[in-house]
Every structure is written in C-alpha cells, then in structure tokens.
Design a protein around this ligand. Structure first.
Ligand code: MLT
Ligand code: ZN
Length: 474
C-alpha cells in the first residue's frame, strides 16, 4: 500500500474506534508483534483495539475494502506464532472486549467478551460457587477468545474436555462484517452445523470472535494434590489407573521429568519437593471421596515398588513445580526454544520419549531436551533448548516424523499457527486439507483473516474457486 493509502486507512480506523485505540508507533506496537517465546517477530500496519462488536464490524469492512490482512490477538500467550502479524497485517486486539456480561448459576453458564482473561472467568464462576473448566498456567493473560480460537487444552481436559467441549455459544464477525450469533443458554440446540465448534480451533481464519458463552461446572468438594516420583511412564500410568479404581476422580494428571524438575528448581530457587529424585514425576490432583488423602495414601502403599517417593498436599504449592516449566525453559535456553506440542496414544508415550531422547542426544548433541505435559491425554510438550535457529526446521521435522511413527498428532492443544503450517500434511490427509481450504475460502473469499497460517489459503481449491460467489460491493 502506498504511504498515502496507509495514512487514509489509519485515519479511517481512528474514525471507527477512536484515535486513542489505534497504535502505529513502533514503541506502542512492539509487544503485539513478538510472541511470548521471542521466536516469532513480525510487524504491523496498526494495532486496533475495538471496544464493541459494532466497531469490529467497521474494522472488518474497512480491511476488506483496503485488502488488509487481520490477525486477531487475545493475551498473546500462544506458542505457535498464530497471532503474530508476519506480513504487515493489522492486529485486532480484544483487550477492550473484556466485559463479563452474565454468570448464570442455574444454567451454569458464563457469557463474556473475547478479551476476558481465563483468570477473570474463573473468579466470576467461583463467586457463584461454580468452576470454569479450562485452566492453564497463562490464566492471567490468556483470553476466552484466544482459548476458543486455539481450542486450548490445559490441565483439566481429563475432567471437563477441551475448550470446544465447553463452548455453548459464540458471537463472531466475519470478514465481510456480518455478525454471527449462536447464543442458547442450554446444550440441546441441534439445528444444522455446529458453527461454534467449527470456530473453536480455527485460529482466527474464519471470523473474529467477539463474545463467548461457556459452560460452568460444579466444583469438587475436596481435592488433594499428590506428587510421586516414578521410574517409568508405565508406572505413572499404572498409578493413575489405580487411583481411579480406588474410586477417586482424577482432576488432573501431569507428567514431568527429572531434567525439567532440575531446571525449575534452579530457576525458581526452590527445594526439591521429594526426598529422592526419580526419572519421572507424576502430579495428580484428585477428588471424589470424603477422605481423598487417605485413599491416596492407601493406593500409594499398595503401589509398592511402582513409586520411588511421594508427597501429598492440600492446596496449590505442588502445582508450582509443574506450572513453572514454561518460564524455566524460556529462561534457560540461549536461543528461543523450539516448542512442539504433540500427542501419542498413552501406551506409546514411553517408547516415543525414549527414542526421542536417544536420537536427540546422538543427532543434535548440543540441544537440550525437556519434556513435560498432560499424561492422561498422551499430550507432551517437547521443548528443545539451545537449538541453533538454522537447525530448528530439521529438528522439528525429525520430532514430527517420530510422532507420526508412534500414531500421534503433531498438534495436541496449541494449534497449528505458523510454526506447524509446513507440516500440516503429517496430521491431515489431502482430502481433509482441501475441505478445510474450501470452508475457509467460502467464509473468507477475500483471504484477509490470518492469511498466512493453518493450510494457507493463497490458492483455493479450483473446484471451489470456480463456483464461489463474487464479493458483494459495499
Ligand atoms: C503447559 O502445559 O504448561 C502449556 O501448554 C505451556 C507449554 O507448553 O509450555
Ligand atoms: Zn499444555
């Protein structure tokens, strides 16, 4: 765009949202164009912060008129570069769309703007004696629009499912400025395609999410947290299974390794939570009995040799060891870490991690590997520290091929974004990818919504291109 056209565009943006909510000064836009890990660094024409749905409509119409790409951004906590503008797109920040509109304790739902943080939603639910079912370490910054757009997982998937499973309704603005509203305060609404479910995980490519209607849950009466050191992943799985068979409800079951624990202890200056270290650590939060602690202790006793050492606590202290992994990895790596969120069937995790460790040691000896994640979902976060950016691609390919060889998925809960787009064929068939492109082309024929991520849409499938309607003039 010429400098004159850019100036006209920015002026028109200011007319829609007010001058105070359009940033073009690099000092002001800096924090919106770099991701949390420092790996993805782009540039933007402008950051715009609409305060109402009508303003989002105006922004979308303007962008379509000028042919400018739009990257929607929530708390900027994503780990696949999906909300960073890499080609001058505008950043449409949901920061001001942050009102909690209603918490319904009878229907057990929460209605809120896309910019509401997960922590704010959790607090609002707690106020009426309920719980918000998505939880993750970035809760203070991650937004509801962001967790829906990426179909975030987190540590409670084992109990409540992923974000999509808890999404009842949505308001979103399409690229031509239409407002989609699916908003029923109950589950049984079975009229045609489940569009909220389609928008969940669409990573800003189908519409800009402005409001969400989420399910809430009745919280457990009493929970206890157990941290156990184990020799193998098989032992961690057997212990989790034994706890279930003892009648407990597993609220979360998380996996750590000794390398990861050591990094956290150094970074957070903490003392080791157990008397003996072990190759793996299982953190379980459990409920479901008036005396959870006794059931946990009895099960640990029966587990005998499965467990190296263990401790129990009521409260969040033991969670700190697990939740500090991401920041400890970032702080310890001399290059931005390569972060690969993958899943395998639980039965294949042990073999996957074993082969991964051996092969990284032998093929990339200068790279440090830290694995942690959500044991019960077979979802592990493969973190490669000190990797020379020149080998990041080769190492990613190597890990993904190993994932595929173990019948896994190259993206479990973080999405595809930019970092995984070149490998999407490893997770989806050609038919599947073509169908996604067709949907995308049908919904956003101008290709302005986060144009460079997921299966990029620069060349829509020919059959679709031929039959697609013209963009109506405005
Ligand atoms: C986690 O489980 O802590 C997150 O997915 C973040 C990460 O992968 O670093
Ligand atoms: Zn995770």
């Amino acid at each position: 765009m010429s400098p004159e056209a850019t100036a006209r565009f920015v002026r028109a943006l200011s007319d829609i949202v007010g001058k105070a909510h359009v940033f073009t000064d690099p000092d002001m836009t800096a924090r919106y164009v770099i991701d949390w890990t420092g790996r993805w660094h782009g540039g933007t024409t402008a950051v715009v912060r609409p305060g109402r749905t009508e303003e989002v409509v105006g922004v979308m119409r303007l962008c379509r008129e000028f042919g400018i790409g739009v990257v929607a951004q929530g708390g900027n906590t994503g780990l696949v570069g999906g909300s960073i503008p890499m080609h001058g797109e505008i950043v449409l920040s949901s920061e001001r769309l942050d009102a909690i509109e209603a918490v319904d304790p009878i229907a057990r739902t929460l209605a809120a703007g896309a910019g509401t943080t997960v922590a704010e939603a959790q607090t609002a639910a707690q106020r009426v004696g309920l719980t918000f079912g998505v939880d993750l370490a970035s809760r203070d910054s991650a937004t509801l629009g962001g967790i829906v757009a990426t179909n975030a997982g987190g540590v409670r998937v084992i109990k409540y499912g992923d974000t999509r499973a808890q999404l009842l309704g949505i308001e979103a603005v399409t690229s031509d400025g239409s407002v989609l509203t699916r908003w029923k305060n109950f589950t049984k609404d079975n009229v045609g395609y489940h569009l909220p479910g389609l928008l969940a995980g669409s990573e800003g490519t189908l519409a800009v999410i402005t409001k969400v209607l989420m399910k809430l849950h009745v919280p457990p009466t009493r929970t206890e947290v157990m941290l156990a050191g184990v020799e193998t992943i098989e032992s961690a799985l057997a212990l989790t299974d034994a706890l279930r068979r003892a009648g407990l409800t597993i609220e979360a079951a998380e996996l750590m390794t000794d390398d990861g624990m050591t990094l956290v202890l150094q970074h957070r200056k903490l003392r080791h939570p157990l008397g003996d270290s072990a190759p793996y650590y299982l953190l379980v939060e459990a409920s479901g009995s008036p005396d959870v602690a006794t059931v946990l202790l009895e099960t640990l006793e029966q587990a005998g040799d499965l467990v190296v050492d263990a401790t129990l606590e009521h409260g969040d202290r033991l969670w700190e060891f697990r939740e500090s992994h991401t920041e400890s990895v970032n702080a310890a790596s001399v290059t931005p870490p390569v972060k690969l969120d993958v899943a395998t069937p639980v039965a294949e995790l042990e073999s996957f991690i074993g082969v991964l460790r051996r092969e990284i040691d032998s093929v990339f000896p200068s790279v440090r590997l830290i694995v942690f994640g959500h044991l019960a979902d077979g979802n592990v976060h493969v973190n490669l520290l000190d990797a020379d950016p020149a080998v990041a691609q080769r190492i990613t390919e190597f890990v993904f091929e190993l994932v595929v060889a173990h019948n896994g998925s190259i993206s479990a809960e973080h999405g595809v974004g930019r970092s995984k787009a070149p490998w999407i064929h490893l997770g989806r068939s050609a038919v599947d990818i073509d169908l996604m492109k067709a949907i995308r082309h049908g919904v956003d024929p101008a290709h302005i919504l986060n144009p460079h991520i997921l299966p990029a849409n620069s060349a829509p499938p020919t059959a679709v291109a031929r039959s697609s309607a013209r963009i109506p003039p405005r």
